[in-house]
Ligand binder design. Structure first.
Ligand SMILES: [Zn+2]
Length: 416
């Protein structure tokens, strides 16, 4: 299976300076390529990867700063640009700004790279034109086939991301075939499972929160585009990066735990990106409750809902776990014991008390049970052989009324 390994790079001063130059060249190629594509689109024609690549080769004979950096990285930049324009449209792809874009570039030919272990903590990899690059080998690459290598700077440090084929296969069956769990992602508690577990952790310490406030205050007093402003911004970014790493670590650990003991994990199908769209609105139609909505947006993003879904998909490949997604509607208002739907049952953020049967439970656990029931209803429908010749797409509504299936009193697999 393809997977990524990320290490902190220890460049020599010359290498670090050269890496900045490669990044700058890639940025210039991206922006020039994008400008050209936009100009072509204005005339109603298309510009593609192949002619741009040819022009890049010609430009290299004229400009020494283009010729000195690894050619594959520049080509890869054009390839990425091509993909971005195809996926999002030429006019939606952004410029790479010198102040906002952190340098990053990819070496696509992994089969030509040699990795040598230096000692217990360090190894080095040979990259085109950069030479031997030393990195902190926090895990071994032995026995894995390297596909490509990406170098990226984050704050002051450079990191190397190695795409490898680890040679492992997705198992046919899960070690615990009968186990299934529903997962509710919440704002107060990051992850609640249908088994009653509440999984969460703090991502920011009290001291860090205080430091962020102090730094923001300091930044507001700094002159625009000043050296002190840059320093403060870097310090702020460092605190935020630590928080981001903690969140990524939490998502990976929680996903691994759940995938290891469950053959089926059911999630709500949350459109995080649409849910957290800015509440500000436009000049013509300004939004309402902007402060409250932006606070909720921040809370949703702070819990890393999307990151958890990604981590779960990744962990599930190694255990053979099936990840199901079900519509999120009413999962927090339905009683998991009797199926009664009433918004008033949700007494408070944490407490659910059914207005019909007085069943009382943690609100998120109740929602997780509903999610599990909905997921099992969908899989039960899929398991039954359909009429001959009927194509079964995963998006297709299962046979029978899903509401009816959900309203059955038990949370176990309902008969379809
Ligand atoms: Zn009830």
């Amino acid at each position: 299976m393809l997977t990524g390994r990320r290490f902190r790079v220890e460049f020599t001063d010359e290498q670090a300076e050269f890496a900045e130059r490669i990044g700058a060249a890639c940025r210039a190629v991206w922006n020039t390529g994008l400008e050209q594509r936009r100009a072509y689109r204005h005339r109603g024609v298309w510009m593609n990867y192949a002619p741009q690549c040819k022009e890049l080769a010609e430009a290299k004979t004229e400009h020494s700063w283009l010729a000195e950096v690894p050619g594959h990285c520049l080509q890869q930049t054009l390839k990425d640009l091509d993909k971005a324009c195809r996926e999002h449209g030429t006019f939606r792809v952004r410029w790479r700004s010198g102040r906002r874009w952190a340098p990053s570039f990819r070496f696509p030919e992994g089969n030509k790279m040699a990795v040598v272990k230096l000692n217990r903590r360090h190894a080095q990899i040979k990259l085109p034109k950069l030479g031997w690059v030393k990195f902190r080998a926090s895990c071994s690459l032995a026995g894995e086939v390297i596909r490509s290598v990406t170098l990226a700077r984050e704050g002051r440090h450079w990191f190397i991301s190695v795409l490898v084929d680890d040679g492992r296969q997705r198992p046919e069956t899960h070690p615990c075939p009968g186990n299934a769990v529903g997962v509710d992602r919440g704002v107060a508690v990051a992850i609640a499972t249908s088994g009653g577990n509440l999984i969460d952790r703090e991502f920011v310490t009290v001291g860090e929160r205080r430091r962020v406030v102090a730094l923001q205050r300091k930044l507001s007093r700094c002159a625009k585009r000043s050296t002190n402003g840059d320093k403060t911004r870097a310090a702020l970014a460092a605190v935020r990066a630590r928080e981001r790493r903690r969140r990524r670590d939490f998502a990976a650990q929680a996903a691994r735990q759940l995938a290891a003991v469950n053959a089926v994990v059911v999630l709500e199908d949350l459109k995080t990106k649409q849910m957290t769209k800015s509440a500000k609105g436009t000049l013509d139609s300004p939004g309402r409750n902007v402060a409250a909505k932006s606070g909720l947006n921040r809370a949703i993003l702070a819990k890393g809902w999307h990151q958890f879904a990604l981590a779960l998909a990744s962990a599930a490949r190694y255990t053979g776990t099936a990840v199901e997604k079900v519509p999120a509607a009413y999962t927090s208002q339905r009683c998991s014991a009797c199926g009664h739907v009433d918004p008033k049952s949700r007494e408070s953020q944490a407490v659910f008390r059914c207005t019909h049967c007085t069943h009382t439970e943690h609100a998120d656990v109740n929602a997780a049970k509903n999610i599990l029931a909905a997921g099992l209803a969908v899989t039960a429908c899929q398991d039954h052989p359909g009429p001959a010749g009927a194509a079964r797409s995963p998006k297709q509504e299962p046979a029978g009324n899903r509401e009816e299936l959900l309203l059955q009193p038990t949370t176990a697999a309902p008969a379809a």
